[in-house]
Design a protein around this ligand. Structure first.
Ligand code: SAM
Ligand code: SF4
Length: 368
């Protein structure tokens, strides 16, 4: 059986292994395994976000519903061996960073082994890949020593509020103390740069922006505010309620002199120094100042779907390759699918287009 990219509601033609007359005939001209993953807009892909699970210990309102989640089937979740197989091909094709995410990646019982196996992978130049993780921080105190020993290099921890009642309302769980303990453990570890993420929300935490930055700098971390995106499972996102980058910067400028940091490259966050530095704050303005032109990211969902954008409605299914094709064909099949996924990448996410369609998956099932 051969794998096909899946478009929500319909199937796209097969990516061709060699020349063919179908819609993927252009694949015949696509570089062979080992060449960089360059899309039709010239963007070179270096970053693969790997979602390890769609499960989570929290239920953030902007991400998951309180109840009634349609969980991914356990049998469809990629195994450790399958993740490693995909990552090896991706690294050979020029991916240099794997960011582990979810759902909550620390809920995966084999998380230390995942880090260990991926950290042992080298790129074509013989350099080891970078392993980063985005987490809600719960379970970090117990797991961090093992993760660092296994090869974890960078951490982003999400914290939207420092107030316990708000945290409970926002995440539907009373676990602020666990998150704070996770951040303390990360700050005490040698992992730097340490980044803290908050989704800025009107009348929820927009009066805490300065407090969050001060909290981050006290932990030698960089605070990053994220504009809320239409990725909640309940499809309740409302543009008119969104806190924009301009509003975030206006609130922070009342406390600090903000100076733009040049040289952003493909990073999602634009950064500013606070009163000349050394501390900085970042803003990820996916809605009001999209940075698609420099995007170097691909995503792999926990159930083996490659995605070329958070907002894509097309997925490229690796499971049939991994589970029904002979082992000898896996490497070529994964490579072909990576290239089809990159080839199909649009110039931008079109959130601001009236015809924009929110993806069927919530953020927890895509991998943030
Ligand atoms: N559970 C981990 C965490 O919260 O850090 C990793 C997964 S979470 C989906 C990754 C990031 O996506 C978090 O920083 C979270 O705040 C962000 N996120 C989730 N839903 C979002 C939305 N609708 N808009 C903007 N950011 C969102
Ligand atoms: Fe869980 Fe992260 Fe989504 Fe919050 S943002 S519900 S912590 S996956």
């Amino acid at each position: 059986m051969t794998a096909i990219p899946v478009m929500i509601g319909r199937r796209m033609p097969l990516p061709a292994a060699s020349g063919s007359s179908d819609a993927f005939a252009a694949e015949a001209a696509v570089p062979a395994a080992g060449a960089p993953l360059v899309d039709t807009h010239g963007r070179v892909h270096r970053d693969l976000r790997i979602s390890l699970t769609d499960r989570c210990s929290l239920r953030c309102t902007y991400c998951m519903p309180e109840q009634g989640n349609e969980w991914l089937a356990k049998t469809s979740i990629l195994t450790l061996d399958e993740i490693e197989q995909i990552a090896r091909v991706a690294a050979a094709d020029g991916i240099t960073t794997f960011r582990l995410t979810g759902g909550e990646p620390l809920l995966r019982t084999d998380i230390v082994d995942v880090v260990r196996r991926l950290a042992a992978i080298e790129g074509p130049d013989g350099r080891p890949v970078q392993i980063a993780m985005t987490t809600n921080g719960i379970r970090l105190p117990e797991l961090l020593p093992g993760l660092v020993e296994a090869g974890l290099q960078r951490l982003n921890i999400s914290i939207d509020t420092l107030r316990r009642d708000r945290f409970h309302a926002l995440t539907r769980r009373d676990r602020l103390d666990d998150v704070l303990a996770g951040i303390a453990a990360a700050a005490a570890s040698g992992l730097r740069p340490l980044k803290l993420n908050a989704v800025a929300m009107r009348d929820v935490n927009d009066d805490e922006l300065v407090d969050l930055v001060e909290f981050a700098t006290a932990h030698d971390a960089q605070m990053r505010f994220i504009e809320q995106m239409p990725l909640d499972a309940g499809h309740t996102w409302d543009r008119t309620r969104m806190v924009t980058q301009d509003e975030i910067l206006a609130a922070l400028s009342r406390r600090w002199e903000l100076t733009p940091v040049p040289g952003r490259g493909g990073a999602p966050a634009a950064r500013w120094t606070l009163d000349g530095g050394p501390h900085t704050v970042g803003v990820i303005a996916s809605v009001t100042a999209p940075f698609c032109g420099d995007c170097d990211r691909l995503r792999l969902t926990a159930d083996g779907q490659l995605r070329n954008c958070l907002f894509s409605t097309t997925e490229y299914d690796l499971l049939p390759i991994l589970r029904t094709e002979p082992a000898a064909a896996h490497e070529a099949g994964i490579d072909r699918m990576l290239r089809s996924c990159v080839h199909g990448k649009l110039p931008g996410h079109a959130i601001n287009d009236p015809a924009f369609l929110q993806p069927a998956r919530g953020m927890n099932a895509i991998g943030g």
